[in-house]
Design a protein around this ligand. Structure first.
Ligand code: AOF
Ligand code: ZN
Length: 354
């Protein structure tokens, strides 16, 4: 594959990213159609349930008056072969007479996984697979986890002092990181369907837990409230900003307290909570409550650790539940990147060493 191929696939990946937040729990997909070295159509998946990227690109080319017969399609995910909310793209590509299709990655969806590629090859289309695969897999890490395991992708976000505290002894934490870091959190929220915190955070900070960027869909707000403290506070007349938009879901031992207030499930075990969220069609959870992070550590797929330029000396530690005694037995993470954000910095990491 040539550097030209790579250039078109990079564009397809960029286009795919425009669907971030809007397409979940489906994948972000981008497609570019090239004929005689010229881009004649582009498309991406815009919204869950809507037309797929491939079809949007074909329609774009036609709208501009081009004939796609004999063209090449660059697509970030294998074209689908099944009937879902949309008809199979592989069939459409065959019908339209494409000569060549370059695919970044095989669709991990068990309903497709190779069948789209096979169909197109059988019809005589030249199909190449694996161009910028690593980038494509990273782009859709949430989709891959969800569609293969039926569990949501779990990200743990923490705002830490330089000496590793998420709050002082008295519970004060506003603010540890600066404005730029908090802006970045908004971007993380865009990519995740749900934001999760504990009742303590709701009572102490009254967070909105929404995404305030332009072009950002509403979030599902998940609150862990074992004893129903938020419900009691509401009955006593307190108002919380998280109810201003989006769907709110409580996990509690006292669902009856939430009657007439919000959706509530009598589940408190972390794994069961995640299973329930997956069942509700939620593919990703950004855990923002530092105090609940440790309970979900075993299920974490990614860490976003924001460090602010402060020292608390003592206070609340996020992973105290670990109680590591032997340094050699500590869980290890693989640091993916370190990004400076004004006076703060962000460490992005995946669990596990290597
Ligand atoms: C998308 N957008 O651009 C592509 C997808 O229910 P459906 O018909 O929307 O099918 C969803 C599946 O189709 C999805 O899980 C993935 O396997 C495949 N490709 N999906 O939402 C797209 N190309
Ligand atoms: Zn499709």
């Amino acid at each position: 594959m040539s550097s030209e191929d790579e250039k078109f696939m990079r564009l397809a990946l960029e286009l795919a990213k425009r669907g971030e937040g809007w397409v979940n729990p489906n994948p972000m997909v981008g497609a570019v159609i090239v004929k005689d070295g010229k881009i004649i159509g582009v498309g991406w998946h815009k919204r869950f349930g809507d037309k797929h990227a491939e079809v949007n690109a074909i329609e774009d080319a036609k709208r501009k008056g081009y004939d796609v017969r004999g063209a090449t399609m660059y697509v970030t995910l294998e074209p689908c072969s099944h009937w879902g909310k949309q008809p199979p793209c592989a069939d459409r590509i065959i019908r339209e007479g494409f000569k060549r299709v370059v695919v970044a990655m095989v669709d991990p969806n068990p309903l497709v996984s190779g069948r789209g590629i096979e169909k197109m090859r059988k019809a005589g289309i030249e199909v190449e697979v694996g161009l910028l695969e690593e980038e494509a897999r990273k782009l859709n890490e949430i989709f891959i986890k969800y569609v293969t395991s039926k569990m949501p992708f779990v990200s743990i976000k923490l705002a830490l002092t330089l000496d590793g505290f998420i709050a002082t002894e008295t519970g004060s934490s506003q603010w540890i990181t600066g404005e730029k870091a908090r802006q970045k959190v908004q971007e993380l929220r865009r990519g995740h369907m749900a934001i999760m915190v504990g009742a303590g955070t709701v009572l102490a900070d009254d967070p909105r837990l929404n995404c305030r960027l332009e072009n950002c869909p509403e979030k599902v707000k998940v609150i862990l409230d074992r004893s129903g403290r938020v419900a009691n506070a509401i009955r006593e007349g307190r108002k919380f900003r998280l109810f201003e938009d989006g769907r709110v879901i409580f996990f509690t031992e006292r669902p009856e307290l939430f009657e007439g207030i919000a959706e509530a499930y009598p589940i408190t075990e972390p794994k069961e909570i995640l299973k329930k969220l997956a069942e509700l069609g939620i593919d990703s959870v950004l855990i923002e409550g530092g105090r609940i992070a440790c309970q979900f550590l075993a299920f974490a797929d990614k860490f976003y650790l924001f460090y602010g330029p402060k020292l608390f000396g003592n206070g609340i530690k996020p992973f105290e539940c670990l109680k590591v005694q032997e340094a050699s037995e500590a869980p290890v993470v693989r640091i993916e990147s370190i990004e400076r954000l004004g006076e703060s910095f962000l460490v992005t990491a995946y669990p596990g060493g290597g």
